[in-house]
Design a protein around this ligand. Structure first.
Ligand code: HEM
Length: 164
C-alpha cells in the first residue's frame, strides 16, 4: 500500500515536472523549450533605481503596449509583425524588461535567437524598433540617462536578432 502510494507520488511528480506549461489565456501554443531567466539575454540592473525610473509595473506595461502598437503601425517593420501572437509578445516583453530592470519578474520567453529566427531582421529594422522604444520611453517620461542605460543593455542583442 505504502509502496504504491510512493510510486503514485513519484509518477505524479515526474508527470508534472515534464508537462509543458499551460498556454496562457488568449495566447497561441508554442513548442516546448527550456525556460530560464538567462533567455532574457541580459543580466538585471542592481537596486531599484531603474525600475522606479521606468515607473514600475504600470510604467513598463504602458511602454510595452505603446512599443508593440508603434511597431505594428510602423510601415518600415509592420510586415514582420503581421500574424504574430501579440498577446504573448506583450506578456514576454513585459517580463523581459521587468527582469532586466530588476523589477522582480521571471522571464518565461524564448531566447532572442529562438524567437527571431527566420524573420530576416535587418539592422535597419532594429534601428526602427529602437526609435519606437525611445518614443515609448519618452511618452512615459523616463529620464534620458535611464533610457540610455536600458538601450545599452539591449544593444548587444542585435547579434542574435539581426540575420546575416
Ligand atoms: C533589442 C531588441 C529586441 C528585443 C529585446 C526583443 C524582444 C522580444 C521578445 C521578448 C519576444 C518574445 C519571445 C517569446 O515569444 O518567447 C520577441 C518576439 C518577437 N520580436 Fe523581438 N525583440 C527585439 C527586436 C526585434 C526586432 C528588431 C523585430 C522586428 C523589427 C522584432 C520582432 C519580433 C516579432 C515579430 C516577435 C514575435 C515572434 C512570434 O510570436 O512569432 N523584434 N521579441
Amino acid at each position: 500500500m505504502i509502496a504504491s502510494l510512493v510510486a503514485l507520488a513519484l509518477q505524479t511528480a515526474a508527470t508534472s515536472n515534464s508537462a509543458p506549461a499551460p498556454t496562457p489565456a488568449g495566447e497561441e501554443p508554442v513548442a516546448p523549450y527550456a525556460e530560464s531567466d538567462a533567455n532574457a539575454g541580459a543580466a538585471p540592473f542592481r537596486g531599484d533605481a531603474m525600475w522606479r525610473a521606468f515607473g514600475a509595473a504600470a510604467g513598463v506595461h504602458a511602454i510595452v503596449d505603446d512599443l508593440v502598437a508603434r511597431n505594428t503601425a510602423d510601415p518600415r517593420i509592420t510586415d514582420i509583425f503581421r500574424n504574430r501572437d501579440l498577446v504573448r509578445l506583450r506578456r514576454t516583453l513585459f517580463e523581459q524588461f521587468c527582469y532586466i530592470l530588476n523589477g522582480g519578474c521571471h522571464y518565461s520567453g524564448q531566447t532572442m535567437a529562438q524567437s527571431h529566427k527566420d524573420m530576416g531582421i535587418q539592422q535597419a529594422d532594429m534601428a526602427a524598433l529602437v526609435e519606437n522604444l525611445q518614443a515609448a520611453m519618452r511618452g512615459q517620461h523616463v529620464p534620458m540617462a535611464a533610457q540610455n542605460r536600458l538601450l545599452a543593455k539591449l544593444a548587444p542583442m542585435h547579434r542574435p536578432i539581426v540575420a546575416r
